[in-house]
Structures are given as structure tokens and as C-alpha cells.
Design a protein around this ligand. Structure first.
Ligand SMILES: [Zn+2]
Length: 263
């Protein structure tokens, strides 16, 4: 094993373990932030019986499996979402190393952080229909860093992305508001378009919008059919945009290159 391979192996192990631990923290963020609770206090506890989790109840994934998905004290089932978030975040952090580490270490770290921000946006918007401003700001800051370290784009591509897509969303927002006299698009989605445009750059926004709108159409069609919803029921758009941003961040560049190679 060469020294380079040895270092890369260490990076993978570190990214995997850190990804799991951060995933565990994201669960706390997803549950507490939208409810206006403090992130540090009180200690993690069962939401049914208030049993305070010991350190050995708090080991990512392992504790969930050992406890059989139930609270140690009251045996109430714990949502599998906790374990899914940990595993998913871990996989995204490994993917960041795999995709970007050898081209740009900064961008690899940045993409790992952004994937975690997107996990929070996804679950909080899904449950509470809100995209918190602090995540928009974090994404915008990531966008400023990406201007200089994104291996695929130039710095001005990111500014263009923000103006074009944020601007389009803003126009659509006011058009719908003016014509239908109601919010078709949440203002949080408009802010998300500005922030993610800055992060991805205009090229990668194209597959992002496509993935976001197509997946939203398909999923909502199925959900409405299954639930037999009457018109007027509102659904969040943020989770679909988050999936679009995530996919485009990792494979947007190869998708564009493949598409352009067809001509
Ligand atoms: Zn309990």
C-alpha cells in the first residue's frame, strides 16, 4: 500500500465515522429546531417516557439495532427515521470523498456539509412546511466558498445561477400571487433558489430544476391518487428541491457533459 492509498483509506474511515456522528446530531436538529427548542439542553430523551438516554443508547445505528428500535425504558417504538438519517448522512459523506477528494479537498468537505444541510431542509420542510433561514444562509455561504473551489465552474457561473434561478422563482412567486391570489410557491422556496443557484452555478441548476420538478410531479400525483385529496391541500416543494440540489451537486457535471456529448 502506497502512502497515498493509506491516507485515502484513513480519509474514508474518518468520513464514515464522522458522517454517522453528524447524522446523529442532525436528528437532534431536525426534531428540535423547528419546535424552537435548545440544541444542547436538555439531554436526549425518549419523547414518550422522558427516559434520559445514556451514552450507550446514543451510538449511531448500533444502539437502534441493539434496542430493536424500541425505548430501553418504556419499549415504545423509536422512529426508524433516526437510523435512516445517520446511515444516509454517512453514505453522502463517503460519496463526497469518492467524488471530489482527489480533485478538490475543499469542495469534498463543502459537499459533505451541504449534503447534511439538505437532509435538515428535507425533513423539516416535509414535516413543518418551512425552510429555516439559517439553512438558507449556510447554503449561501457554501455558495460563496464554491465560487472559488467548484472544480466544474467559474466564479461568475455561481452569481449567474443565483440571479437567473432566484430571479425566475421570484417572478413565478409574484405571478402566482397576482393571478391566483394565493402562494403557489412558498417564499422559502424562492430563497432556496437564490441560495442553491449560488452554490451550484447556473449549469448544474438545470438538472437540479428538472429533477426537482419531475420528482415533485410524479410523487405528488401518486400521493394525491392514494389519499384521494381534494384540490387545495398544500404540499412542500423544498424536499424535492433538496433532492434535486443533492443529485446535481454530485452528478450534475457528468449529466451535463453526457447531454452535450449527444450533439
Ligand atoms: Zn421511553
Amino acid at each position: 500500500m502506497t502512502i497515498d492509498q493509506y491516507i485515502l483509506t484513513c480519509v474514508y474511515v474518518l468520513a464514515g465515522v464522522l458522517g454517522l456522528c453528524v447524522g446523529s446530531f442532525l436528528n437532534v436538529v431536525i426534531y428540535r429546531l423547528p419546535n424552537g427548542m435548545n440544541l444542547a439542553k436538555p439531554d436526549s430523551h425518549c419523547t414518550t417516557c422522558d427516559y434520559v438516554l445514556k451514552w450507550y443508547d446514543n451510538i449511531p445505528v448500533l444502539s437502534y439495532i441493539i434496542l430493536g428500535g424500541k425505548c430501553r425504558s418504556c419499549k415504545q417504538p423509536i422512529s426508524p427515521r433516526y437510523m435512516l438519517v445517520e446511515i444516509f448522512n454517512c453514505l453522502m459523506w463517503l460519496l463526497s470523498v469518492y467524488m471530489f477528494w482527489e480533485t478538490s479537498i475543499v469542495y469534498a468537505v463543502l459537499s459533505a456539509i451541504v449534503s447534511s444541510i439538505l437532509v435538515c431542509i428535507f425533513f423539516i420542510d416535509l414535516e413543518h412546511m418551512i425552510i429555516l433561514d439559517r439553512f438558507q444562509i449556510m447554503l449561501a455561504v457554501a455558495g460563496i466558498v464554491a465560487m472559488f473551489f467548484d472544480p466544474y465552474t467559474e466564479w461568475y457561473d455561481h452569481i449567474l445561477g443565483s440571479i437567473i434561478f432566484g430571479g425566475s422563482f421570484l417572478i413565478i412567486y409574484f405571478l402566482v400571487l397576482g393571478i391566483l391570489k394565493k402562494e403557489g410557491l412558498g417564499f422559502g422556496d424562492v430563497k432556496l433558489a437564490f441560495a442553491s443557484g449560488l452554490f451550484l452555478g447556473w449549469q448544474k441548476m438545470l438538472p437540479m430544476i428538472l429533477i426537482g420538478t419531475v420528482s415533485a410531479s410524479i410523487v405528488l400525483m401518486i400521493v394525491k391518487a392514494v389519499r384521494r385529496d381534494e384540490a387545495g391541500h398544500e404540499y412542500p416543494f423544498g424536499p424535492f428541491l433538496s433532492v434535486g440540489i443533492l443529485v446535481s451537486m454530485y452528478v450534475g457535471a457528468p449529466i451535463i457533459d453526457w447531454y452535450l456529448s449527444l450533439f
